[in-house]
Design a protein around this ligand. Structure first.
Ligand SMILES: Cc1cc2nc3c(=O)[nH]c(=O)nc-3n(C[C@H](O)[C@H](O)[C@H](O)COP(=O)(O)OP(=O)(O)OC[C@H]3O[C@@H](n4cnc5c(N)ncnc54)[C@H](O)[C@@H]3O)c2cc1C
Length: 395
């Protein structure tokens, strides 16, 4: 069993990064529900929103100063994403940059970091696409089928990814592909490699893309690789160690996504409590009824509990300590808290929850995602069962 030894851990206080929260809130105020609704109807990318965040420097906040970013710790990125979601906006169009960048930073060569990170920080290059999931293997990542074979002095990629979000709006894609056949490695996590694919050259030149008609406006696609040539300079780290590199960046990803769920939960709770105080039926505000009030209060308690765990995960991460259990459990609890809050909000708004102009149903659809992606709840429970509680591997 994993020991808990965090008595000396300093957790970021709730009021942390107030200046960042205020700045992000000001930007978000310029992108009200109408803006998101129009994009939702047209299934379009929020280019103006992403540009505003980039210009203000928020999307480069985790990139070290020596590479043109602000060099802030993970909790600052969490504050950015949480605030975006708390205000009713959505960070899914740009959040990937914060966690995919970590793989380049930690495992890329100095030359790669100098080549890409300053332009990413300046908003000249977008690293928003992350190609891991495949249609036939799903959560069983190590079994993925996309191959990158060394032919002469190049890698040649063949295969298919699915649910590759933002790939149509990204210049670069972090790609996980098999470089050594699965039957030639000792452990199934070996023989996979990470590449930085330059989509500007690759689109219609070995890469073709089909947009998926999805329940939310997430710009997510199927990607096909047909003899795509990738120069060896674009291999990140050592060949064959890519799965480890991706896993390395997962704790940051979990904590950042959990922060978005916390923001969603706060959005729903605020909107539900406001409406419950204003809406008068049977001669009194509906919030006077325990049947309306208690689900909102319960959702608040669940959100606060999840928030404590997510903040603990961020504090452990920033202290350079193991945070796998906290990051996973925090992501699970935050996504569930957001969903419970969404349910309470939908019920509180009654029929008006279904009117798109209120922005509740859009958020409800969007918040559901984080129980499935980037990792589904069952896989987190499997992690806790095996790695925290020491039970046998269930899959
Ligand atoms: C909108 C959207 C955006 C996405 N963006 C990206 C992206 O940018 N890049 C990317 O690589 N991926 C992306 N994904 C993919 C996402 O990470 C996967 O959908 C997710 O990891 C689950 O994989 P799957 O859909 O293949 O489900 P499956 O692996 O088929 O699983 C289906 C269900 O079965 C459960 N299950 C499977 N095996 C077990 C087991 N052994 N024990 C218990 N339960 C099990 C799962 O928990 C899940 O509930 C996105 C998905 C969506 C919907």
């Amino acid at each position: 069993m994993q020991e808990s030894s965090d008595s000396r851990l300093t957790m970021p206080a709730e009021a942390d990064w107030l200046d960042i929260r205020e700045g992000v809130r000001r930007i978000c105020d310029g992108f009200p529900n109408d803006y998101w609704l129009k994009l939702d109807h047209a299934s379009e990318y929020p280019s103006e929103f992403v540009a505003a965040l980039t210009e203000a420097g928020y999307l480069g906040c985790l990139i070290p100063e020596e590479y043109g970013g602000s060099g802030l710790p993970l909790s600052a990125g969490c504050a950015v994403l949480e605030t975006i979601h708390e205000t009713g906006c959505n960070a899914a169009a740009c959040h990937a940059q914060m966690y995919t960048m970590g793989t380049v930073l930690k495992h890329g060569s100095e030359e790669q970091k100098r080549r890409y990170l300053p332009d990413i920080a300046a908003g000249k290059l977008r690293l928003q696409a992350f190609g891991v999931t495949e249609p036939t293997t799903g959560s069983d990542t190590t079994q993925l089928k996309t191959r990158a074979d060394k032919v002469g002095n190049k890698y040649v990629v063949n295969g298919q990814k699915v649910w590759t979000s933002r790939v149509q709006y990204s210049d670069l894609m972090l790609l996980l592909a098999r470089t050594t056949p699965a039957d030639q490695v000792k452990r199934r996590s070996e023989g996979l490699s990470v590449f930085l694919v330059d989509l500007r050259e690759a689109k219609d030149n070995g890469v073709s893309i089909n947009k998926i008609d999805a329940m939310i406006n997430h710009n997510t696609c199927e990607v096909f690789f047909d003899n795509l040539e990738v120069p060896p300079d674009n291999l990140i780290g050592e060949e064959g160690r890519g799965f480890k590199y991706i896993v390395d960046s997962m704790n940051a990803e979990r904590i950042l996504i959990a922060s978005e769920s916390l923001g969603d939960a706060k959005f729903f709770i605020r909107r539900a409590a406001e409406y419950a105080k204003e809406r008068v039926v049977f001669g009194h505000p509906i919030g006077k009824n325990q049947g309306v009030q208690f689900p909102i209060a319960r959702a608040h308690a669940q959100m606060v509990a999840a928030e404590l765990l997510v903040r603990k995960a961020a504090a452990l991460f920033e202290a350079g300590r193991d945070c796998g259990a906290e990051a996973n459990m925090g992501k699970m609890l935050a996504s569930e808290a957001a969903w419970q809050a969404g349910e309470a909000c939908m019920q509180t708004f009654g029929g008006f929850a279904y009117a798109r102009e209120y922005g509740i149903e859009r958020k409800w659809r969007e918040a559901r995602l984080y129980q499935t992606a980037p990792i589904s709840t069952n896989m987190i429970l499997a992690y806790v069962g095996q790695h925290v509680l020491g039970m046998p591997r269930s899959y």
